[in-house]
Design a protein around this ligand. Structure first.
Ligand SMILES: [Zn+2]
Length: 50
């Protein structure tokens, strides 16, 4: 179980807010934000096949 470093609330991976943005279908950035305080927890870059 992960905790948000900002609001100290538990964050489940399934509850993470994700925000995809990118140009085209090859390059994508996915932003993960806390569902409680909306703080940005991380950004993934890369090709996602899901
Ligand atoms: Zn938070």
């Amino acid at each position: 179980m992960a905790k948000c470093p900002f609001c100290k609330l538990e964050v489940k991976l399934t509850e993470l807010h994700t925000d995809k943005k990118g140009v085209g279908f090859v390059k994508q950035e996915i932003m993960y934000s806390c569902p409680h305080c909306q703080s940005i927890l991380g950004i993934s870059r890369g090709k996602w096949t899901s």
